[in-house]
Design a protein around this ligand. Sequence first.
Ligand SMILES: Nc1ncnc2c1ncn2[C@@H]1O[C@H](COP(=O)(O)OP(=O)(O)O)[C@@H](O)[C@H]1O
Ligand code: SF4
Ligand SMILES: [Mg+2]
Length: 345
Amino acid sequence: MTEMLLEIRDLCKHYPLGGPGLLRRRAVPVVRAVDRVSFDIAEGETLSLVGESGCGKTTLGKTIMRAHPATSGEMRYRRADGSIVDLGRLDGAALKAAHREIRMIFQDPNGSLNPRLSVRDIVGEPLRVRRIAQGAALEKRVAELLEKVGLRPEYLHRYPHAFSGGERQRIGIARALALDPRLVVADEAVSALDVSIQAQTLNLLSDLKSEFGLTFLFIAHDLSVVRHISDRVAVMYVGRMVELAKTEALFTRPRHPYTEALMSSVPIPDPRLRRARKRIRLAGEVASPINSPSGCAFHPRCPYATEICVRDVPQLRPTGGGLAACHHAETLELAGVSHIAEGAE
Ligand SMILES: Nc1ncnc2c1ncn2[C@@H]1O[C@H](COP(=O)(O)OP(=O)(O)O)[C@@H](O)[C@H]1O
Ligand code: SF4
Ligand SMILES: [Mg+2]
């Protein structure tokens, strides 16, 4: 049986607005960037998290990484020795040990690689900081990591500006692998790359996943990117999870209208097949996480909204083998792209 690696329960990250200097006579407005999110990731699984910009994906990733404290909720993580820890409550040596197992790959390889450091120093930094290797041993390990990500080991002494965008992302991946992680949180790891380089990088990530037995939380704003690498997909809208399902089930028949709308913008290469699909234009703006609409936050943009949607918040519940937070999830016949895209590939 596959074991759970990470169990997120009712996780909230709210950013107070206005800063600490204000007199707090009234309730301070907050940005509900992540709001009562729950999900599990099984060992060896790739779970993707998708949704438009601003829906809370990065905040969720950073909360898991403890870049900032959670407002509330639990993040139970099963360590390599089998013990279960709550990532939110760890500190000192225990936090450091957990962070050796959980690493993050960032969106912008230009911004996240220090231009003044050589590849040796960038990739070797986690090894040096933790006193795992130095000198010739560190160089050997960095050269090995470069080979693993498809870069020549002699690139060790070059600086980030000497590399293309795709190569820089590989350097970021090599750095994430330096400590032999178990869970990798990849935040928009391919979003800034050209489509052909995206495909190569996704292939590299799947190869590395098999070779090192990794588990991935793969964050992207674009559903088409996650299709071929995910076991399951979670869709977020304004800080909340609105759907979670196995990848093929989600692409065949989404259960949440927001997923259907996101899917209708997945590119289809063949123009004939493209014409055959249902297009849904997402009307209006993404709702604000500060003052989100009553009831279902998606109701102002949803073509299927009824009275209950304006009034009651839909809870995430089992629907069609997955989970969906929509009052009408069982009755709506939403359109996927599976049948269309299969013919197009
Ligand atoms: N440090 C912060 N302070 C206040 N609001 C923030 C902060 N970081 C992010 N936000 C807000 O939280 C929401 C979620 O942002 P983010 O997690 O970056 O979304 P995504 O990664 O899905 O684009 C957005 O409304 C964003 O403006
Ligand atoms: S609950 Fe209503 S408004 Fe929300 S997604 Fe479902 S049908 Fe649309
Ligand atoms: Mg983001």
